[in-house]
Design a protein around this ligand. Sequence first.
Ligand code: PGA
Length: 252
Amino acid sequence: MRHLIVANWKCNPVSSKEAQRLFDAVAEGIKNINNVETVICPPFLYLSDLKSGASSVKLGGQDCFWEDKGAFTGEISAKQLQNLGVEYVILGHSERRKYLDESIEAVNKKIKAALSTKLKVIFCIGSQTKELGEEMESQLEKGLQGLDKSDVADLIFVYEPVWAISTTKDKVTATPKETLAGSLFIRKILERLFDERTSQTARIIYGGSVDSQNIEGFVREGGVSGGLVGAASLDPDEFVRIVKKVALNVKS
Ligand code: PGA
């Protein structure tokens, strides 16, 4: 399974100049790495500038709207991202649930719109507590409602436990054992919703305080083939170290 590292810049940085500097430093740092897919998801307004430079780094949005166009003030559609040459979109991030009350029904509509415009969806799933149960099960069931098993090939599942995100109060970093349990739980639900083959071939990565010290453990023993990186993606040297650590652990 192809390994993937996604930078989620969230609402950072505050200027396009800084965004370009960050992007260029990452692109330069990983230019010789071919065995890890690297995606940067900056705020929307930097996407077109960053896109114009030739680089092996791919771009993703941090959200998208489900209609192509129309009277939806403030929204950016999946179609608009696709027309810009963006290939990925993060959907269902826990910060959108927390600060914007985003419902899983809305995420489901966004997933369908993104897939129908040929964007690859980075779908975040995770619970508030360490319990692997109803909360995640419902996110998967409702988030994937109406999808066919063939759609799963264009999804990347992120096991993103809220308790492990760097900005969560009293956060605790997950262990590889915990990410393994989380990824197996996701596979179990996917098997029930689709079938065994779909479940076994689904791409799963981990998000929550990923850094260059812990990423190896996750990809070696944690049942995931990469990471969604928030805070550490804002430091280009650290982010490049993360990608390199994954590259070293991938059998080519
Ligand atoms: P973090 O963010 O790496 O800062 O914990 C990860 C995420 O939001 O998924």
